[in-house]
Design a protein around this ligand. Structure first.
Ligand code: GLN
Length: 197
């Protein structure tokens, strides 16, 4: 069985768990580093990246999630989770996890468009996905190995680098769980890629 945890320090957790379960995975909230044990994949939810980053440092998640990633286990960052995964954040000295090779801008849509919804075509998913953007970040620059999966108004809003997946929007706030299913497939593939012991 596929087990995908949702980091539960702050932000939208139960909605992710529901979507992951609909996508056929087993899911649980992750509040301590010990709960990373035995997980095949991890979701870092939206919320406030400064708060999530601070709590990750406080509870020892930074090193442990870096190890989780180094072991090839997939991570999906949504909204604030995208910011937390980036190697570089505009206007900020230090990244949080610094795992995915990209520069991101926080709250990049400005005041008039603090939150909105749109039907977003995503590479690898047949029909557009209903995307809810809330004080969303944008991906400004990407490294050579990052593949852009969705663009909104010419700006990068969904991307993948190997076992890392990110979206600017909140895929967990609608009934459409196809991006979670896409991630669950990534997790499934990463497991079959494991050396047999
Ligand atoms: N604006 C938030 C931040 O900068 C992200 C918003 C969200 O996760 N919905 O962290």
């Amino acid at each position: 069985n596929l087990k995908i945890g949702v980091l539960a320090l702050q932000g939208a957790v139960s909605e992710h768990i529901r979507s992951l379960e609909r996508a056929g995975a087993e899911s649980c909230a992750v509040k301590t580093v010990g709960q990373l044990e035995g997980l095949d994949g991890l979701v870092i939810p939206g919320g406030e990246s400064t708060v999530i980053g601070k709590l990750m440092r406080k509870y020892g998640f930074i090193e442990r999630i870096r190890e989780f990633s180094a072991a090839g286990r997939p991570i999906f960052g949504t909204c604030a989770g995208l910011i937390v995964l980036a190697t570089s954040i505009e206007g900020q000295e230090e990244p949080h996890l610094g795992l995915m090779n990209m520069t991101v801008a926080r709250n990049a849509f400005g005041r008039q468009r603090e939150s909105f919804e749109t039907d977003l075509p995503i590479e690898g998913i047949d029909e557009p996905v209903r995307a809810v953007f809330i004080r969303a970040p944008l991906i400004r620059e990407i490294g050579a190995d990052v593949e852009v999966l969705a663009v909104y108004n010419g700006e990068m809003v969904t991307a993948r680098e190997g076992h890392l997946l990110v979206s600017s929007f909140h895929p967990e706030l609608t009934d459409d769980y196809r991006l979670h299913a896409y991630f669950a497939d990534m997790v499934r593939q990463s497991r079959t890629g494991e050396p047999k012991g």
